[in-house]
Design a protein around this ligand. Structure first.
Ligand code: ASP
Length: 362
């Protein structure tokens, strides 16, 4: 019993940060993506590259502004995703890929790491910004995941902006479907990249949020649903660890449960690092450690977070999938991991980072 009390006290001490630890300057952090895939300098003209970079920067700036002004991670995620959904360059909202039947069916999900409230929609055809509908599901319904006609009906009741099919349809994506049907190729071969969009953020209050939005895969049929709207696969946020948004061959991301797997690994890695450091503390003659390691003394390092994330992406690759993830940790590190030759991405932090990139070696 005595021993148990001693360990309970030890655990309490280890996880309670003293006053000076809380005085640390609060941080904000943001990462965005616009899809991953076989993106190489040879496949993209300098003009198109400039267009992608400008679009990523616009989204990054929109989210950054919210965080700099003291806004929530949730608002920053939406602010970054809406312009990407509206931009026909990306496979989300306007510019989404076509289904086998020649329609645009949209999926989106969003999650708040502070209370793990989540909302998601799949197969919607008339909602201009599906990420905003996913958020309404999160805040205004008792459910997490709505589909098709029911999701549209819910959107109508909550005044979401709608758009005609022509708003979403682009020539480039229609041609991709025609090519796929004519050459009997796979979605990956016609698209070269995935094009889903996503954002993850940490705000000054220490709250994390994640959002993901997509048109899915070219030529999808039979009501196929990918990972993007699935909480835990293409999207996840938990203040205890990180916020993740994914893009890639959805079936594999679902099978690995990528986003949740990364958050869980980070959570336990953090605890393991503390336990390890505590075990190395010299002991007093009575066996009690000479001092206590506090949780704040060993924050999860960016390297450790990267290592865990890369390990999960390696699992995706081993199963035969490909793609990438963005994540922001509760320590404020904004990271990427992808198995493809490129990923449209960007990150900004209160430490002065502000960059967009496309190719793997950038
Ligand atoms: N992950 C998406 C899906 O499988 C595709 C993408 O990332 O572009 O639907």
């Amino acid at each position: 019993m005595k021993q148990m009390i001693r360990y309970a006290l030890l655990a309490l001490l280890a996880f309670s940060a003293p006053a000076h630890a809380q005085e640390e300057e609060p941080k904000w952090s943001l990462a965005i993506h616009g899809g991953a895939g076989t993106i190489t300098p040879e496949r993209i003209t300098p003009e198109l590259r400039a267009q992608y970079e400008a679009a990523l920067q616009e989204a990054l700036d929109a989210g950054t502004q919210v965080l700099k002004d003291g806004g929530s991670a949730m608002d920053a995620v939406k602010a970054a995703i809406v312009p990407l959904e509206d931009n026909p360059l990306f496979n989300a909202g306007r510019g989404a890929v076509f289904t086998w039947e020649g329609e645009n069916e949209l999926d989106a999900s969003i999650m708040d790491g502070s209370d793990r409230s989540a909302g998601a929609v799949t197969g919607v055809k008339s909602i201009k910004n599906p990420i905003l509908l996913a958020d309404k599901v999160r805040t205004e319904s008792r459910h997490v995941f709505l589909s098709g006609a029911g999701a549209e009906e819910f959107a109508g009741e909550h005044g979401l902006e709608t758009a005609e099919p022509e708003w979403f349809a682009t020539e480039r994506r229609r041609k991709a479907l025609e090519r796929m049907k004519a050459q009997q190729t796979s979605a990956l071969e016609v698209d070269h990249k995935f094009g889903t969009v996503g954002a993850v953020a940490l705000d000054l209050k220490g709250n994390l949020a994640a959002g993901t939005s997509t048109g899915g895969m070219t030529g999808k049929r039979w009501g196929r649903i990918g990972d993007s709207p699935m909480i835990g696969s293409g999207n996840y946020a938990d203040n205890r660890s990180c916020a993740v948004s994914a893009t890639g061959s959805g079936e594999y991301f679902i099978r690995v449960g990528v986003a949740k797997e990364i958050c869980t690994r980070l959570r336990y890695r953090f605890r393991m690092d503390i336990d390890k450091a505590q075990a190395e503390v010299p002991k007093r003659p009575d066996g009690f450690p000479q001092y206590i390691i506090h949780a704040y003394e060993i924050p999860l390092s960016a390297d450790a977070a990267q290592e865990e994330t890369d390990a999960v992406m390696q699992e995706v690759e081993e199963l035969g999938g490909s793609g990438g993830v963005i994540l922001v940790t509760n320590e404020g590190d904004a990271l990427f991991s992808f198995t493809t030759s490129g990923m449209y991405r960007g990150r900004a932090t209160s430490d002065g980072v502000n960059e967009v990139a496309i190719f793997a070696d950038e």
